[in-house]
Write a protein that binds this ligand. Structure first.
Ligand SMILES: Cc1cc2nc3c(=O)[nH]c(=O)nc-3n(C[C@H](O)[C@H](O)[C@H](O)COP(=O)(O)OP(=O)(O)OC[C@H]3O[C@@H](n4cnc5c(N)ncnc54)[C@H](O)[C@@H]3O)c2cc1C
Length: 401
């Protein structure tokens, strides 16, 4: 009989186990994962650098304000302190994103593993949990592991190759919890237009997702990366949560830092300076060549049009197209390529302070399995660490009070 079993050894589960054991060293804590090693996804985060948290994360950073208590209890500063306490120092970039000082995600996982070993937390790998039942006052996992408290931290459905295959939802449904509709989030968009020639080109753009009737569904500003299948980059990933099953249009302002008038002025000056220059060549001063070509094409010009052939109306039409460069969204690259899950176990069915289930005493939840999500930038891991620490703390406190 274990005091606490944590099901799922990702970001939230690992810190839940560490916090519970630190609360009282005599508690027996078991950490279970389906994969041969713990924390696989952590290694892939932040392009291998692990964007641990964001100093700007607060209750308003998420899809629901219900997270406020948990984020206030374990703020980004507390997360940084936690990592310092296990021997990992962090550093902020100029957008308040926090990374390990070593600049590598492997260090984050290493320090967590060393702490698990130091504390004597038992780890059970290669064990997929398919059932959790409550018998009298204890839980029985897979019909053979008994524990007094259980924390379910199995993640969502995003990136299933890293263990999060969505199997955790059934464990909570079996206790009467509800799961909202699930969509891939922070994911690339596939579009109808052929963008193969633009593959690999990056721009800073403002991105607006609209319904086919023109209603604005979501907005962001930042990097857009063109791919052979469609659009990627942080700004696109950030609005992908609003695609869901809808038909929509992704509209880019390719030069968000320049007003229409400034672009017109730039083109007029270029025309005056060198009237025989190809329009495409003149645009190299403000745009990647291939993007300039795309907008020349979208505006209905021949690729070899020269500056002296441009009339004022043509220039205005070009600038309109550049500021409203539209792509028809077919869908997303799916859960396989998504960083997070939109939707999850209904958060209102859990105590917002302790993360204990309102339906079943002794059952706790943390991390992405809950219906909590945010944009790129360290906010999702912040939720995983905060909620893991809260669930670990309160499950232990219940046992030692
Ligand atoms: C490529 C990528 C990059 C990312 N980069 C960042 C970033 O830089 N910053 C950021 O804030 N967020 C980032 N995220 C999102 C962030 O990684 C997740 O939100 C976070 O890891 C969720 O933590 P979790 O503990 O809830 O779930 P997970 O990390 O998904 O862990 C769940 C664990 O449970 C195990 N498991 C699942 N089902 C079972 C079962 N039935 N039985 C036993 N074990 C099970 C899995 O094997 C897994 O180890 C990224 C995500 C991806 C995919």
């Amino acid at each position: 009989m274990y005091d606490i079993a944590v099901v799922g050894a990702g970001a939230s589960g690992i810190v839940a186990a560490i916090t519970a054991k630190r609360a009282y060293s005599k508690l027996s804590v078991l950490l279970i994962d389906a994969l041969p090693k713990i924390g696989k996804k952590i290694l892939a985060t932040g392009n291998g650098r692990c964007n641990i948290t964001n100093l700007k994360a607060d209750g308003k950073s998420y899809n629901t304000k219900a997270v406020s208590s948990v984020i206030q209890t374990v703020s980004p500063e507390k997360v940084i302190e936690f990592f310092s306490s296990i021997g990992l120092e962090c550093i902020a970039d100029n957008e308040s994103r926090i990374y390990p000082m070593s600049n590598t995600a492997a260090s984050v996982l290493d320090c967590l593993r060393f702490e698990i070993e130091r504390l004597g937390i038992e780890v059970l790998n290669d064990t997929k949990v398919t059932s959790v039942n409550k018998r009298n006052d204890c839980f029985v996992i897979n019909d053979n592991i008994e524990c007094r408290k259980v924390i379910v931290t199995t993640g969502g459905k995003a990136a299933p190759s890293q263990g999060s295959d969505g199997s955790g939802y059934a464990l909570l449904k079996a206790f009467g919890h509800s799961v909202t509709h699930l969509y891939p989030g922070l994911v690339q968009l596939t579009v109808k237009e052929n963008l193969k020639f633009l593959k690999g080109v990056k721009v800073k753009a403002s991105v607006c997702l609209k319904s086919t009737s023109g209603k604005v569904l979501d907005k962001s500003v930042g990097e857009v990366l063109f791919a052979d299948y469609g659009l990627s980059g942080i700004a696109v990933m950030d609005i992908s949560r609003s695609v869901k099953d809808k038909n929509c249009i992704c509209v880019l302002d390719i030069l968000p830092d320049l007003s229409k008038e400034s672009v017109i002025d730039f083109i007029l000056k270029a025309k005056e300076r060198n009237p025989s220059l190809l329009f495409e060549d003149a645009l190299c001063g403000i745009l990647p060549r291939k993007v300039g070509y795309l907008i020349i094409k979208n505006s209905g010009f021949n690729q070899d049009i020269r500056m002296n052939a441009l009339k004022h109306n043509d220039i205005v039409r070009f600038v309109e197209n550049m500021k409203n460069c539209s792509f028809t969204v077919k869908g997303t690259k799916g859960f396989e390529n998504a960083q997070i899950t939109i939707g999850g176990v209904d958060f209102s069915e859990f105590n917002q302070k302790t993360l204990e289930s309102n339906k079943v005493n002794g059952l706790y939840c943390a991390g992405e399995i809950l219906d909590v999500d945010a944009v790129c930038g360290g906010f999702n891991l912040q939720w995983a660490w905060s909620s893991g620490i809260v669930a670990g703390t309160y499950s232990a406190l219940e046992l030692i009070r």
